[in-house]
Ligand binder design. Sequence first.
Ligand code: PGA
Length: 249
Amino acid sequence: MKKILIVGNWKMNKTPSETEAFLKALLPIDFPSVESVICPPFTALVIAQQHLRYSGFLLGAQNMNAHDSGAFTGEISPLMLRELNVSYVILGHSERRTLFAEKDEDIRLKLISALEHGLIPILCVGETLEEREKGLTEEVITKQVHAALRDVPCPSSLVIAYEPVWAIGTGKTATSAEAEEVHTKIHTLLQGLYGMQSAFIRILYGGSMNPQNAEALLQEKHIDGGLIGGASLKAESFRELLTIAQRLS
Ligand code: PGA
């Protein structure tokens, strides 16, 4: 059985000293049946790595460049992340797609590079409100998944995060039934691409997940965990989410 995966995406929040204060408030905790990941900003990876050692938590990054090194001012490479013991990397978050003009092909190249370097990609997909209202959800998700995984042989490790754009940071969550409907479609898409080998790929829900709605979402058959923004920023609510996940495991 897959472990429930809970990933905190801090976005552009917390300095290194704030990261240290958060981790001192959170740790030690022990949720052996949950895979727990924190994705702080790049500048807090070092301090987070020091505090998370022996904690049972894994470290993630929020983005990366597809190249190993070179003239890419302001970018961070997979080699730099690996040296800090980063295990996961979020790719194609909707904020990167919309605010920083990331295209499907950029995301595909990053995903290939992450896999080559032993990083586990968390590929984000999701429809806007306008697309949902036009009935385009399935089409959008299919296009994003196919584009990012084009010519990618069955990856040894991969996580997909379904994040409806209209639910991110808005307090509006997809109902568990709405989320499950899309998760089931993604599950079927992955089976179409990789057959039985897709069974290990975890599909997370993201978009205003919090201690109030997590239980209903995580109980759904094809929801394997959560990608959590706002509710991962306070030690108390993050601990509550991990407690719920542990209980359901
Ligand atoms: P949210 O963010 O939980 O604050 O909606 C989730 C995300 O964008 O990953």
